[in-house]
Design a protein around this ligand. Structure first.
Ligand code: ADP
Ligand code: MG
Length: 395
């Protein structure tokens, strides 16, 4: 089954509902990172150039089915107006008189109000999906970051209108897909972040594909415990140790190397300003690991630089605190060198993307996925509802 694209859709003179992922971070009503808005622009421009009238829609935050003034999409509308160089008419509601008025006004680009102001959105309520569909003649899904959600604006509406994937969604599927189908070896997966339980399914799906894992972050400590190591007060998910041990056994049987930290930055507390030192693992005492150490960073770096395919998900330490960001920086540097040497490199995950941005290294990878949870579920090998529905009904 293949994904229908906007080339497969009749859009000239039509009203096209475009599901975007404008779920951007806001601070005091201002957008602090507009990557997701910028990422939607190519699809919106392509549709406008083909003579479509665009009705963009998105969720923002978690208003839980009611109107929250601080989660209105007005700031997104302003930024989108700048990026498109065209006026964007922001509707005062999602599917009510405000939305119909905005669409009927003949505006080239309408932005509906926050989808999650409507309880029917997350419930994938059929009558809410019908109300959305009634606004448009065709539907384009470009919200890769929400493709793992079976919500009305993603699944319900796609079943009611001629549908296709936008450029961003299609690009994500193609570029993440390369990590699962026929990746060029050596293939290294660099994993980190908070919880091993979040990533066990990804590890499981990659076990048949990768040559090596480099695992840092808090999740590494559960693996180290499974290997019988001392980890002091580091974060460990005790209830996952057995699962992890089984996974390590499978890796060994398959000849997949699993590199874990041999040295760490050990701190008194996971906080800025806490006393901390670099130690070999055995000397962690009653401190906790907050970053991989320099010897580990070197070993990971060598493995990464010898790879032809690299997936990175999850920071190596508490990178939000400068003193604990060196391991994440070293891995990002190694990935940048691999990219320069022609390796295919992909970073996915909200915090990994944030780390690259914090380092000013968004260009260090061949592809920086805009999806957090969605990219993880994709890499787990799951059928994402937003993709499956287009394959099933699209065109
Ligand atoms: P991603 O969003 O890239 O998938 P995660 O959400 O899994 O990543 O994890 C990111 C979080 O993990 C960050 O907030 C980071 O501070 C935290 N983290 C990484 N290493 C450690 C550690 N050693 N101890 C505690 N927290 C850690
Ligand atoms: Mg995260």
């Amino acid at each position: 089954m293949s994904l229908p694209t906007i080339d497969d859709l009749e859009v000239s003179g039509k009203r096209v509902l475009v599901r975007c992922d404008f779920n951007v971070p806001l601070r005091e009503g201002r957008i602090t990172d507009d990557l997701r808005i910028r990422s939607a622009v190519p699809t919106l421009q392509a549709l406008l150039e083909r003579g479509a009238r665009v009705i963009a829609c998105s969720h923002l935050g978690r208003p839980k089915g009611g109107v929250k003034d601080e989660l209105r999409l007005a700031p997104v509308g302003e930024r989108l107006t700048e990026l498109l160089g065209r006026a964007v008419k922001v509707a005062s509601d999602v599917v009510g008189d405000g939305a119909h008025g905005a669409v009927d006004s003949g505006a080239e680009v309408v932005l509906l109000e926050n989808l999650r102001f409507e309880p029917g959105e997350e419930a994938n309520d059929p009558s809410f999906a019908e109300s959305l569909a009634a606004l448009a003649d065709a539907y384009v899904d470009d919200a890769f970051g929400a493709a793992h959600r079976a919500h009305a604006s993603i699944v319900g509406v796609a079943e009611l209108l001629p549908s296709a994937a936008g450029l961003l969604l299609a690009e994500e599927v193609a570029k993440l897909g390369r990590l699962l189908a026929d990746p060029e070896p050596p293939y290294v997966a660099v994993l980190g972040g908070a919880k091993v339980s979040d990533k066990l399914d990804v590890i499981g799906n990659l076990l048949d594909r990768v040559d090596a894992f480099c695992i840092g972050g808090a999740m590494a400590f559960t693996l180290l415990v499974a290997r019988g190591e001392e980890v002091g007060k580091s974060l460990v998910e005790r209830d996952r140790v057995d699962d992890v041990r089984a996974m390590l056994g499978r890796a060994e049987n398959k000849g997949v190397e699993v590199l874990l930290p041999a040295d760490v930055v050990a701190a008194d507390a996971p906080e800025e300003g806490a006393a901390h030192d670099t130690v070999v693992l055995g000397d962690i005492g009653d401190r906790l690991g907050v970053d991989i150490g320099p010897a580990t960073a070197r070993a990971f770096g060598e493995t990464i630089e010898s790879a032809r395919t690299v997936l990175w998900n999850g920071p190596m330490g508490i990178f939000e605190i400068d003193d604990y960001a060196a391991g994440t920086r070293a891995v990002a540097d190694a990935i940048a060198r691999a990219t320069k040497n022609g390796a295919y490199t992909v970073a996915g995950g909200g915090d990994s993307a944030a780390a690259l941005k914090q380092l000013g290294m968004e260009d260090a990878v061949s592809h920086l996925s805009t999806g957090g949870g969605a990219s993880l579920e994709f890499l787990e090998g799951k059928q994402l509802p937003g993709i499956a529905v287009l394959e099933r009904t699209g065109g």
